[in-house]
Unconditional design. Structure first.
Length: 529
């Protein structure tokens, strides 16, 4: 109650008076015996498991069981967290395991289909989780805990998919016990209130708990496995070129550490063997071999904004996993997926995707989108007004990559051929460009031109092997060849605009790219971030 909140404020350092008056302040309001009991209860660690790995979500009963056993072993050790932390009320002995399911980062790392399926299986496994925890609690004489789920999801553009425009999304998340309201501005209380009311109405209508039978669970397992593999292949292909995109986006959120405020990113997740690694999901060793330097991902907001602004909606990364049987099941268990996909598909621009990620990659992605649209019976029409602005930003982004990455410097002059070759492989994750190392800058234009049309040629913009001038020339030649393959009504204005942009300084180019990104976001309706 009121006294309890007052006490919490005091011990958390929110008391406004001088420290020497804190005891007197508390003694006047709380009896000594009550204060001792409250201190013992408040001192317990609040335990909220955060789960953001699809392998762990699919095996949540096993995870919570191991988690509870580990906490129970801490009882003899003073100061260590125990299952008593699940009892968070001053009165009563009800225990609650509040599982926080983080969807945005999970979807970024493993794909939206896999994340939605794993979340559905997680909520459907509530009864089994409680049954297993009750057995463990009875052994130690502790109260049997309830299991509740809090879904951490952003808007559709966040990859989490909690978009108030979609009734199916609200119906999907109403099965949980709570949802974080991200994507709604704190200074828009009316909008937040309307969303909360819609969510409460959906909860009131949803009296039947989500159940997944054995046959459906088998289909969901297959969908998760195929989605993770398709999404991982996509990450290995596009993530290195998207990682620098964070330099164009203001970092509005930071992680506070002992060293101060630091920006943070993500990486391709690891799938331990106990969570299906090397059986259902990719082997960690294969992931490391695929890109020796590791693939760093920006935050979910930045990742989604980068994909969308370049014409490749992030939710399309795992579409190869979708078949008719899976689509029917998703339509029933994950009702918001169809709505999200129907909203995102029109932002695909094949021309810009081909320039940045490769022509064959763009054509393959378009085929997967057409197949998915037909499977889900949704309309897939690219918005014509987005094509030219998206292509313009893609051109600017290529030049930004060249200017932003490290280039040939004085130290490279003294490196041996094997050292340069190994570094080039680490930077590009391929040995296809090793012919460049046989020559020095200024004498390898013929070799460089032969690599221009390669599917992965833009990875050279990330390598220190090239000088800045070589990278600028590389971008000009690649864009020129790309423009020649576009229809004249599209290529003519782009060529005229590029002739002016290519002369900008690095600072002016960066500012221009940010302005174009904002204009494109407004044109799309502010869905990316």
């Amino acid at each position: 109650g009121k006294i309890g909140r007052l006490y919490l404020q005091a011990i958390e350092g929110l008391f406004d008076g001088p420290p020497d008056r804190l005891d007197a302040f508390l003694s006047r309001r709380i009896p000594p015996e009550r204060r001792a009991a409250m201190s013992a209860r408040v001192a317990r660690v609040r335990l909220v498991p955060l789960v953001e790995n699809v392998g762990a979500l699919m095996r949540l009963p096993d995870l919570l069981e191991a988690f509870y056993v580990a906490l129970d072993r801490n009882r003899p050790i003073e100061g260590m967290p125990t299952p008593d932390g699940f009892v968070t009320r001053f009165d009563g002995a009800d225990a609650t395991v509040r599982v926080f399911v983080a969807m945005s980062d999970t979807a970024e790392q493993s794909g939206k289909i896999a994340t939605d399926c794993a979340m559905s299986m997680t909520i459907a496994g509530r009864e089994e989780c409680e049954r297993r925890l009750a057995v463990l609690a009875a052994r130690s004489g502790a109260p049997a805990p309830r299991v509740t789920f809090l879904i951490g999801a952003g808007r559709a553009g966040f990859r989490g998919g909690f978009d108030p425009r979609h009734d199916g999304v609200i119906a999907q998340f109403s099965r949980a016990d709570g949802v974080t309201v991200q994507g709604i501005r704190a200074d828009a209380p009316a909008e937040a209130r309307r969303l909360a009311e819609r969510f409460r109405d959906a909860v009131a209508r949803n009296h039947v708990p989500l159940t997944v039978n054995a046959a459906d669970r088998e289909v969901l397992h297959c969908l998760v496995e195929q989605s993770v593999r398709a999404h991982t292949d996509n990450l290995l292909r596009i993530a290195p070129l998207l990682a620098p995109f964070g330099g164009l986006v203001p970092q509005t959120r930071v992680r506070i550490r002992t060293t101060g405020s630091t920006h943070y990113g993500r990486s391709i997740p690891e799938y331990p063997e106990e969570w299906g690694g090397d059986v259902e999901f990719p082997d960690n060793r294969l992931l490391r071999d695929a890109w020796p330097e590791g693939v760093t991902l920006p935050r979910a907001i930045v990742w989604n904004l980068g994909c969308t602004t370049l014409g490749l909606p992030a939710v399309t990364s795992d579409l190869p996993a979708l078949d008719k049987r899976g689509a029917v099941l998703l339509d029933r268990i994950v009702p918001g997926y169809r709505e999200i996909l129907a909203t995102e598909l029109p932002f695909f621009v094949r021309e810009s995707v081909g320039l940045v990620f490769g022509k064959r990659f763009a054509e393959t992605a378009e085929r997967h989108m057409l197949r998915a649209a037909a499977t889900l019976w949704t309309d897939f029409r690219v918005r014509d007004e987005l094509v030219a602005p998206t292509c313009l930003f893609a051109m600017m982004y290529l030049r930004y990559l060249a200017e932003d990455s490290e280039s040939w410097d004085e130290t490279k002059d003294h490196e041996s051929l094997p050292t340069r070759e190994s570094e080039l492989i680490r930077d590009t994750s391929t040995g296809a460009f090793l012919a460049l190392c046989k020559e020095r800058p200024g004498r390898r234009w013929s070799v460089l031109q032969e690599l221009l049309d390669g599917e992965d040629a833009n990875r050279l913009l990330l390598a220190r092997e090239l000088t800045l001038e070589e990278k600028r020339e590389f971008v000009d030649l690649r864009i020129d060849g790309w423009l020649r393959g576009l229809p004249d009504p599209l290529s003519r204005p782009l060529r005229q605009t590029w002739s002016r942009i290519r002369e900008l300084s690095e600072a002016d180019l960066t500012l221009g790219a940010i302005q174009q990104m904002i204009e494109n976001e407004k044109l799309r309706g502010a869905v990316g971030a």
